[in-house]
Write a protein that binds this ligand. Sequence first.
Ligand code: NAD
Length: 435
Amino acid sequence: MTTPSPETENEQANELDSALVTARRQLERAATHVDVDPGVVERLKHPTRVQQVSVPLEREDGSVEVFTGYRAQHDDVRGPYKGGLRYHPEVSAEECTGLSMWMTWKCAVMDLPFGGGKGGIAVDPKSLTVDETERLTRRFAEELRDAVGPTKDVPAPDMGTDAQTMAWFMDAYSMQQGETIPGVVTGKPPVIGGSYGREEAPGRSTAIAAREGIRYYDREISETTVAVQGFGSVGANAARLLEEWGATIVAVSDVNGAVYDPDGVDVDAIPSHDEEPEAVTSFANELDDGDSVRRLSNAELLELDADVLIPAAVGNVITADNADAVAADIVVEGANGPTTFAADTILEERGVPVIPDILANAGGVTVSYFEWLQDINRRQWTLERVNEELEEHMLDAWDDVRAEVDAEGLTWRDAAYVVALSRIADAKETRGLWP
Ligand code: NAD
């Protein structure tokens, strides 16, 4: 297996709550700002279905172990369910349900014709050989065969799964259906129908959200300093693009710590997590202590006096304990759920805008949508086209959310949920409740 490439892991919960509790609370909060039929809100609190399957695997020593897999399908009023498959020991029906709800909001805020899904297997992927992972994935695809499909439910990579996992899943599904059906999953390698630019897309959309935030708050990007936590797929791509667009990236980090240079860190000189794990710390270790560069902890990075802070590593890093110390003027959520509910309230009271994950890092699911279109049409897009269309989708979503911020004085997070809920509620009311 190569490095996990989560599409849409979403773990925002306060220190005590599960993803499901947080997802329901966010729905209720958004419902107070939207004129929506309470029956629709009630329906959205519950997933359409949550399937549980047993996935038997023959281990390398010939023994058989049975793992449990899930697929939660929250809502498909706007189109097929869409969301990742994760391989992680803590995967559960409840977690998948909560995360599938998050996917419903994310797809709706981006105006994609998808609803929310999420699934996975409760397994430690590091405990499996490559062959075992392949067998497990193929059997999982077979167990979910009736539930998924390009017009029903389209999985993608998530924690512990990657493009190769999606290739096996697509192959197993296609073999059983008797025809090649690339659109059953997204996040595949381009040679079998994957999209160019998908890997970089969440970082690119995060950079676009940061750039628009900088503009909205009347700043010049060339005079803006940015601190980025995490230098993986999301963090490194966002940092490199923002630097290209003129911002000064004053700090980046990996799991072991951060490097800080008020004159700007050369982000192109540091390999990303995918290219070389923990390269930020090795880069920092090679620096000459005489110059302007300093080493910091990840906690110190979050409190740096930079104009923009982009947490792009893991969830729950800005909490009630450090939200008062966040010195940035704008926070852009590259990671899923980096800000806890309590921290969000503190930042709101302090007037620090937080551009939420469901908007900022939604480039991943947006380019998954482009991949699905390419698969259905059997026509691959160039990287230039993918990036142009992503830019367009991001700006449209940004404008829709900004309109709510301006008109209603909402936080960016509440505004994003209001846009999403309004679209879903409109579709539900228009279609009606059958029978
Ligand atoms: P990644 O594995 O490529 O990189 C993660 C980076 O964070 C690495 O530099 C790692 O060293 C660092 N890191 C890990 N644990 C840390 C910790 N405790 N403190 C500080 N740094 C730490 O991951 P990624 O794909 O860039 O994903 C990052 C976040 O973005 C996750 O929350 C993920 O769910 C979210 N996300 C990813 C995608 C995607 O498609 N890659 C899409 C949407 C959201």
